[in-house]
Design a protein around this ligand. Structure first.
Ligand code: PRP
Ligand code: ZN
Length: 286
């Protein structure tokens, strides 16, 4: 029997939807939802396990799953022996300290001798040690934000993304101690077959990400400006330049990185380009 790559995903929560979306964009189909706990892909040799995110690093360390998607916050907190192979760029959030609004805050020393409720005792403990602050870490596994209002702790250390949970619990964020996004982790020793499948998956993920980070650009340029314009649009190898029906003009096609987009587009216009079209790319294979 040929092997299936076992991939652990968060069942429901911050990472789930974007994880499912990523596999969809990689052309890997599988069923999920309606209480399903595992599912075999119909078109890629993979089996998906739907788990609590906190359990994923442990399953990957043990080799029950070959690969998993988790938040860096969870991976680092758990400190399991797994390999991080790629950052996925979604589910960005931060681990922050928050206190009741209206409470005085003069810096991290304000925590000296206080109780802090958190589900991240290791990350918080390291941070406090680094700051030379002694506080009592009260570990709870969920609904951390309620702790100050019920008198369990003076502060919390928890995940913030939109900030709405803090807001609705009367808390204010005072210090960010860790920044996180979704990452792909693997078991440390995959056999050759599984490694090959993992490589295949990673190749697809990178192609999808590259496409998202780049735009296809088409424009008309007067021939005298071609040198200048093509130098601003190196593309994947080099831009495509074809003559227009109008004498003295050419059409230029290329690919432009999202991060350099606005800056370059201004320079390109200034150089004489006209009729600039910018088109999303679905996949980008290097
Ligand atoms: C975190 C945290 C808050 C919420 C904050 O939980 O515990 O409840 O997210 O997000 P917001 O700033 O957008 O309101 P998480 O989704 O990590 O759930 P889990 O700890 O149960 O896995
Ligand atoms: Zn969790």
């Amino acid at each position: 029997m040929s092997s299936l790559l076992r991939i652990a995903l968060q069942k429901s929560g911050r990472l789930s939807e974007d994880s499912y979306q990523l596999f969809k964009e990689c052309g890997i189909r599988f069923d999920y939802g309606t209480g399903k706990l595992k599912s075999i892909s119909s078109n890629f040799p993979a089996e998906f396990l739907f788990l609590r995110d906190d359990d994923i690093p442990g399953y990957v360390e043990d080799g029950v799953a070959d690969l998993g998607i988790v938040g860096e916050n969870v991976a680092v907190e758990m400190g399991r022996n797994v390999k991080t192979i790629h950052k996925l760029g979604f589910s960005k959030c931060r681990l922050s300290i928050a206190i009741l609004r209206g409470t005085e805050w003069t810096g991290v020393q304000s925590l000296e001798g206080k109780n802090i409720a958190t589900s991240y005792p290791n990350l918080l403990g390291n941070y406090l040690a680094g700051e030379g602050v002694k506080a009592h870490i009260h570990e709870i596994s969920g609904s951390v934000e309620i702790a100050p209002s019920i008198g369990l702790a003076e502060a919390v250390c928890d995940i913030v993304s939109s900030g709405s949970t803090l807001l609705s619990n009367g808390l204010k964020e005072v210090e960010t101690i860790f920044r996180s996004e979704a990452i792909l982790i693997t078991h440390t020793e995959l056999d050759a077959d599984k490694q090959a499948l993992a490589d295949k998956l990673l190749f697809r993920i990178k192609s999808v990400q590259a496409a998202k980070n780049n735009k296809y650009i088409v424009l008309n340029a007067p021939n005298h400006a071609l040198e200048r314009i093509t130098s601003l649009l190196p593309g994947m190898k080099s831009p495509t330049v074809t003559p227009l029906a109008t004498e003295g003009w050419s059409s230029v096609h290329s690919v432009l990185n999202e991060n350099e987009f606005w800056e370059n587009i201004e320079a390109i216009r200034a150089a004489g380009a006209e009729g600039i079209l910018v088109i999303p790319i679905e996949k980008m294979i290097y």
